[in-house]
Design a protein around this ligand. Structure first.
Ligand code: GAP
Length: 450
C-alpha cells in the first residue's frame, strides 16, 4: 500500500480524481472523477448493483429524487439531531469538530468536557475556546420562485420554500417503501436498494475523498419481521464481507468489523457494526451495517398519517417491518480499492508503480499496441485486433507512444490487466504477445483465442 500522497498524485497525474472546481482554486470537500476515475467508479457501482440487486431475488432497486419534502427530515430525526459539535478558536477564529480534534471524547461532548481535555488549536496552538454549538450538517436550498426581496417583505416565506439536499439516500427508499409493496407485492424479508448522491456540510472535509461534502452512497433497506432481525443482520453482515473481499478484492486482513457501543451509534440504531479499513492514513470507517428497528417507517406513518403496515399474504396479520441497513460510500470504497491495489516494485531493475486491481475493476481489460509505430502493416493489424477486442470487452485502450517498456509502465500504473502487442510474427501466424500486469510474464496467444 502506498502513502496517501502517492495515491493522490497518481489520481491527478493519470486522470482518476481532480479537485472539484480546481480551475477556480477548488471547493473544499468536492471532487471530480476524470476519464479513468469514472470508469472505476462505475465499475464499483455496477458490481454492487449486480451482486445485491440483479443476482438476488429479494432486493429491488429505486432511484428517488435528491430534493425531498422537508417533512422527510423531521420524521427521520435529521432536523433535530443530524448535527456535529462545533467549536471555534477565539484566537484565530477557525472552527473545528470538537470530537475530532480532542481525542477520546464522544460526539455528544459538552463545553465543560471539551475544556477539560486541554486541546490546543491545531492552527494557532492556543487554548482559548468558545462554547460548543450544535451544527446541523444538512445543506438547505430554496424551491420555487421566491426572490430575496419577497422574503425581506414577508419573512415567513424564507421558511416556506426551504428544502434540504438529502444527507443519506436511505430516506428516498423509506418514502417509497409503500409504493414498492403496493406495486411489486414482495414477500418478507425483502430489500430496496438505491445508489446516488448525498450531501453533508462536513465541518472538516479531509483525507482526500474519504470525508466529502458531496458523496455517493449505496444503501439497502432490508425489511424483516421484528423477531428475525438478528438472523437477517448476520446474513447481511456475511454478504457485505463477501462483497468487499471477493468482488472488490480487498485484503481480508485490512477489513475490521467494529461493534459500535450505544453512545457511538446513530439515533435510529439499536445495533451497528462499522466495517473499518486500513487506509494509508490509518484505520477508518469504510461502511456501516445498522439495525434501524421500525424507527423510520413508524415515524413516517406518524408524520404522514398513512399506514406503513405490511399485510402477511397468508395469515392476513398486519405489522410494521423492522429494517437492516448496509450503507457504503462509493468514494470510500473507491479509495479502499485503490489503496489496496497500489504497489511499488522493481521490474528489470527499474522502479514501477502498479495498480493490482482485480480483473473485474481494471479500467481497461486490455491495451493494444503495434510493436513499432512507424510500420504501417503492424499499425493496421494492431488496429484490427483493437477493434475485435473492443467489440468483445468494451474497455480496451490503444497505446503506440514511446517504446514497449514505457508503454507497459504506463499501463501498469493505471491497472490495465493485460497488454497485447502486435509484431512481425503476427502477420504470419495470427498470434500476439500478451503480457500480464502482475506477473509481467509474456505469452504467445492466437488472436482468435484472446
Ligand atoms: N443511511 C445511513 C448512513 O448514512 P452513515 O454512517 O452516516 O450512515 C454511511 O454513512 C456511509 O456513507 C459511511 O460508512 C461512509 O462510507 C459514507 N459516508 C458518510 N459520510 C460521508 C462523507 N462525508 N464523505 C464520504 N463518505 C461518507
Amino acid at each position: 500500500m502506498g502513502k496517501l500522497e502517492d495515491i493522490v498524485s497518481l489520481c491527478k497525474r493519470r486522470g482518476f480524481v481532480f479537485q472539484g472546481s480546481e480551475v477556480y482554486g477548488g471547493m473544499a470537500g468536492t471532487w471530480d472523477f476524470g476519464p479513468l476515475g469514472v470508469i472505476l467508479k462505475r465499475k464499483i457501482m455496477d458490481e454492487w448493483w449486480k451482486y445485491f440487486v440483479e443476482e438476488r431475488e429479494d432486493i429491488y432497486g429505486v432511484d428517488a429524487a435528491i430534493l425531498m419534502n422537508s417533512r422527510t427530515w423531521v420524521a427521520s430525526g435529521h432536523t433535530a439531531t443530524f448535527a456535529d459539535p462545533l467549536v471555534e478558536c477565539k484566537e484565530c477564529k477557525n472552527r473545528f469538530r470538537a470530537d475530532k480534534i480532542a481525542e477520546g471524547i464522544s460526539e455528544s461532548v459538552t463545553t465543560e468536557e471539551f475544556l477539560k481535555t486541554h486541546t490546543k488549536c491545531p492552527i494557532c496552538g492556543k487554548e482559548n475556546w468558545g462554547p460548543i454549538r450544535k451544527f446541523n450538517m444538512m445543506f438547505s436550498t430554496h424551491v420555487g420562485a421566491v426572490l430575496p426581496e419577497d422574503v425581506s417583505e414577508n419573512p415567513e416565506l424564507a421558511e416556506k420554500g426551504v428544502a434540504y439536499l438529502r444527507p443519506e439516500t436511505a430516506q428516498g427508499i423509506f418514502v417509497n417503501y409503500k409504493n414498492v409493496v403496493d406495486t411489486i407485492y414482495p414477500d418478507l424479508p425483502f430489500g430496496i436498494a438505491q445508489q446516488g448522491k448525498a450531501f453533508r456540510n462536513e465541518i472538516s472535509p479531509r483525507d482526500f475523498i474519504l470525508r466529502d461534502r458531496e458523496c455517493s452512497q449505496m444503501e439497502i433497506e432490508y425489511f424483516v419481521r421484528a423477531e428475525s432481525w438478528e438472523e437477517n443482520f448476520e446474513k447481511m453482515r456475511k454478504a457485505q464481507h463477501d462483497f468487499l473481499e471477493n468482488v472488490m478484492g480487498l485484503s481480508a486482513e485490512k477489513i475490521h468489523e467494529l461493534e459500535v457501543p450505544a453512545e457511538g451509534r446513530a439515533h435510529y440504531s439499536k445495533r451497528t457494526i462499522d466495517f473499518m479499513f486500513d487506509y494509508p492514513n490509518g484505520e477508518e470507517e469504510l461502511m456501516g451495517l445498522a439495525y434501524r428497528t421500525d424507527f423510520d417507517l413508524s415515524n413516517i406513518q406518524r408524520e404522514s398519517g398513512k399506514s406503513m403496515e405490511y399485510r402477511d399474504k397468508i395469515t392476513g396479520e398486519t405489522f410494521i417491518p423492522h429494517v437492516i441497513e448496509p450503507s457504503v460510500g462509493v468514494e470510500r470504497l473507491f479509495l479502499a480499492v485503490l489503496a489496496n491495489a497500489y504497489y511499488e516494485d522493481e521490474v528489470n531493475g527499474e522502479k514501477r508503480v502498479v495498480l493490482k486491481l482485480p480483473e473485474n475493476l481494471a479500467p481497461y481489460r486490455f491495451c493494444v499496441s503495434p510493436l513499432l509505430k512507424n510500420k504501417p502493416e503492424l499499425v493496421e493489424k494492431a488496429k484490427d485486433v483493437y477493434q475485435i477486442l473492443r467489440k468483445k470487452y468494451g474497455n480496451v485502450t490503444w497505446d503506440d507512444a514511446g517504446n514497449i517498456g514505457k508503454r507497459y509502465r504506463k499501463q501498469d500504473e493505471i491497472g490495465t490487466f493485460e497488454c497485447v502487442v502486435v509484431d512481425f510474427d503476427t502477420l504470419n501466424d495470427e498470434t500476439v504477445t500478451v503480457r500480464n500486469r502482475d506477473t509481467t510474464k509474456q505469452t504467445r496467444v492466437k488472436i482468435s483465442e484472446l
